[in-house]
Design a binder for this molecule. Sequence first.
Ligand SMILES: Cc1cc2nc3c(=O)[nH]c(=O)nc-3n(C[C@H](O)[C@H](O)[C@H](O)COP(=O)(O)OP(=O)(O)OC[C@H]3O[C@@H](n4cnc5c(N)ncnc54)[C@H](O)[C@@H]3O)c2cc1C
Length: 396
Amino acid sequence: MPPVDSRLSGPGQPQPDVLVIGGGVMGLWAALMAARAGLSVLVAERHRVGAGASGGLLGALMPHLPDRWNAKKQFQLEALVSLEDEISAIEAATGLSAGYRRCGRVIPLAGPHHRERALKHSRDATAVWDASGRTFSFDVLDRAPAASWPAGEAAASGVVFDSLAARVSPRGLLALLRAALEAMPQGRVAEGVDIVRLDPVARVARCADGTDIAFGHVVVCAGVAGFELLTGLEPRMLPRPLGVAVKGQAALFTAVLDPDLPILFDNGIYVVPHDGGYCAVGSTSEDAFGDAASTDGLLDDVIERALHLAPVLSRASLVERWAGLRPKAIGRDPMAGLHPEFPSVAVLGGGFKISFGIAHELARAVVRQIDGGSAGELPPSFAIGAHLEAARRVPG
Ligand SMILES: Cc1cc2nc3c(=O)[nH]c(=O)nc-3n(C[C@H](O)[C@H](O)[C@H](O)COP(=O)(O)OP(=O)(O)OC[C@H]3O[C@@H](n4cnc5c(N)ncnc54)[C@H](O)[C@@H]3O)c2cc1C
């Protein structure tokens, strides 16, 4: 057997109970939950924390619509509600801020049929948007709660104001989670460690430099690269990809805006006010792309549509243009839990567009499973087995 990497698992650095692959929002929550459960944890990140999709700009915590209620929507609702207390407890412990605010969301209604549908959703929300003793509303209003947010012409039939949506600074949250993890004696982060292969029986991860890291459990949180690591465990080639990358581009501005303003959302365009005079605008959704990291005219179009929605941004200054790859699993739903054939392997990924609102509850459930507990309230469609079954199905 190749030697265990002495830098990471040698005498001074004992083999971790849990090796987490990936320093994004999924990996850091997984590591923190494992450390809280008393397990020793090593986060192996091939570049640096936040190098993947999690190091972006938007941070919108957007609920699913309250119609056609199901286990996935219930899981997300409870996660969106519990995140607020989770973050404020870690902020109090670390003295850092994640820039979280339950600011709500405004959706302009362009015509009478949009208003009709919104009124139905409003009744749906009354029936289902209720968690941990708190209720949230999806109200249809004649006018926006704040003037010109959105511009009047976008909202000819009024607006929706939902009180459940929130926002967080993606980079602020990663810094917060990392600080909380590294403040615990059993939590470590190693950047520049690229895991290329897993041996789930020998419980060893092979690094790109040829060294190995031994582990008790490994949690694959590698974003879009996670699909490949998992596919590497299959004895045969999968007929369908386990997941795909969907590119997104976004931009950050500085503007004189009230940080209490709600998120604006219209037909895939988000305008997200943040603390410190920042406002993020996004996003493209690209199934086909050349360079994953570049920004281009597609982002210019998004910015133009955002300016139409929020003309006040025409006086804002551009700070950053950014692109990243969202992990979209074959079943469209997130992937979370133990691997059905390799109990030493757990997975946390495929969060596509909603990772920031649910990662902490996925992590809590996965760590419970690692600790010998049940999958609890995780929806069955999140199970790794469900995704593998879809990927193993030969296209008919
Ligand atoms: C433009 C855009 C806007 C978005 N807006 C929102 C939003 O408003 N709200 C929301 O909830 N979500 C949003 N998302 C989606 C969200 O960013 C992702 O779903 C989320 O960040 C995925 O987190 P992750 O931890 O699974 O993956 P990542 O953040 O990609 O992290 C994976 C990490 O693993 C590392 N890694 C990969 N392979 C290896 C390896 N072999 N060894 C070691 N390390 C490895 C990578 O370097 C990376 O740091 C947006 C995405 C984009 C692109």
